[in-house]
Design a protein around this ligand. Structure first.
Ligand SMILES: C[C@H](N)C(=O)N[C@@H](CCCCN)C(=O)O
Length: 470
């Protein structure tokens, strides 16, 4: 007699949390790579002649293909069609390929006249060849990392829906934040020992390990699907998963509440991730610190977020209040950016900077912990991959344009400074205008958060309700 299966790996907490750790470990190294150059803006300006606008353009290039080639939209459709495990492998490969190209662009070999050097320096000469190659690599890496983000989100919903969903998402983000903390510590240290190439080289190697981790996850996911299929065949699984159709995407684009969440997401994240790229330079300038000191100080930002995000996830699973948390998170972000922008130099002490960084970390826990687990409440599971990818796509537009805007604003509000730095003078940029722009994004996010709460009250999506089904 064939034994009938009544449970799946999903019902084993050890298997569930192991799947989460596997997915999150790859995101840990991916987030390290995203910010591997962030603490090195000053070093890149002297070694590779990357001015703030060049640095901002390289930072923004991560999102270029996602936005203009609509890669993220395709990534979501591919994910909904081929499933989590295969999409994870595709994204892992893309990350490794992109990172290797970026490494080549900043390498000593390329910059000493290696393959492609003459070509990449023969056009648009105001933008260094090294930065052009780095942009190409980072854009391909960006396709991989964003596809991985969407895939991991859908993977977590697959394992944790109706269980500890927000806690699991919070933990995944916490592990990713630990990657940011690690890179802000490690990257300047490695760069001092072996130059920028060593930092990016180590980051690329870690991504290869991340790809292997996705490989291990593949087998977990395969087993779960086989068990779920067997349950369906035996009639134990009531919710037959419907086939995904492209026309289903219309339901996402026409949902007002979904679009408000996407708007809030782009505004909030535009004031966080691009800020991360400029924060070390801002702290160096405002506190007269070295790159290494400023980078260490800023590393407390992801640490605060790392500790709080899973706790808030637990709270949302059990008590709810996601919409209110989005409002509070946006408000705290405005306060912090205004402190960076407007505190007079004599009052802007180490303690003030550290407090603002920690409070910004709290804001960076409140919004992600409540935003991402709310998405499954707004759309059907069969379009969930596409829904996440559409939010990411809209968010990526902001993440791509904001560093360019901030790099330009920094250069324009500090006429002559780039030239003085290039001439070896010890002058600093003034970051007031860029920080006011970040605060402005926060104000717009807060307004949308108020609107979202009102919409939820009217339409009853249950954003304020707990996730755990008792
Ligand atoms: C940058 C990326 N598109 C993003 O939004 N990352 C989020 C995490 C989203 C996935 C959560 N499972 C972040 O807060 O890092």
């Amino acid at each position: 007699m064939v034994e009938k299966i009544h449970t799946t790996l999903r019902d084993s907490s050890v298997a569930r949390w192991t799947a989460l750790i596997l997915l999150a470990s790859t995101m840990f190294v991916a987030y390290m790579f995203i910010d591997v150059l962030a603490p090195l803006s000053t070093m890149l300006e002297t070694s590779l002649k990357w001015t703030p606008d060049t640095f901002g353009a390289v930072a923004g290039s991560e999102y270029f293909l996602n936005v203009f080639a609509f890669f993220l939209i395709f990534a979501g459709i591919i994910l909904d069609r081929i499933g989590v495990r295969r999409a994870a492998l595709v994204s892992g490969f893309l990350m490794v390929i992109g990172a290797s190209i970026k490494l080549y662009g900043i390498s000593d070999y390329f910059n000493a006249g290696g393959f492609g050097y003459d070509f990449f320096n023969s056009f648009w000469t105001g933008f260094p060849g090294s930065a052009k190659v780095a942009c190409i690599g980072f854009a391909i890496f960006g396709c991989g990392v964003e596809m991985a983000g969407v895939t991991v989100s859908k993977g977590i919903v697959k394992w944790f829906a109706g269980k500890e969903l927000a806690l699991a998402m919070g933990l995944e983000m916490a592990i990713a934040r630990l990657g940011v903390f690690a890179v802000f510590r490690l990257s300047p240290f490695l760069a001092e020992k072996g130059g920028v190439t060593l930092s990016v080289g180590v980051g690329t190697l870690l991504l290869l390990i991340g790809l292997l981790t996705f490989g291990v996850y593949f087998f977990f996911d395969k087993k779960l699907d086989a068990q779920t299929e067997a349950l369906r065949a035996a009639g134990d699984e009531t919710s037959q998963e419907e086939e995904f159709r492209i026309s289903d995407l219309k339901t996402i684009f026409t949902s007002k509440t979904f679009m408000v969440v996407a708007g809030l997401c782009v505004l909030f994240y535009s004031a966080i991730f691009p800020f991360q790229k400029f924060a070390t330079g801002m702290l160096e300038s405002r506190l007269g610190m070295t790159t290494s000191e400023a980078s260490s100080l800023f590393s407390y930002f992801p640490i605060g977020a790392m500790i709080l995000t899973p706790l808030l996830g637990w709270f949302i699973d059990n008590k709810g209040k996601a919409a209110s948390m989005l409002m509070l998170g946006s408000l705290l972000m405005i306060v912090c950016h205004l402190i960076f922008a407007l505190t007079p130099t004599e009052s802007f002490t180490f303690a003030i900077a550290l407090t603002a960084i920690i409070v910004l970390g709290v804001s960076f826990s409140l919004v992600p912990a409540s935003l991402w687990p709310s998405v499954p409440k707004l759309v059907d599971n069969k379009v969930l991959g596409s829904a996440y990818s559409i939010i990411f796509w809209i968010q990526n537009i902001g993440l791509m344009l904001t560093p360019i805007l901030i790099g330009w604003a920094l250069k324009s509000s500090n006429p002559g400074i780039a030239e003085q730095i290039a001439a070896g003078e010890a002058v600093k940029y003034n970051y007031t205008v860029p920080m006011l722009i970040f605060a402005g994004f926060g104000v717009a996010a807060l307004l949308l958060a108020f609107y979202l709460k009102a919409l939820d009250k009217k339409k009853g999506f249950g954003l304020e309700l707990p996730n755990i089904v008792k």
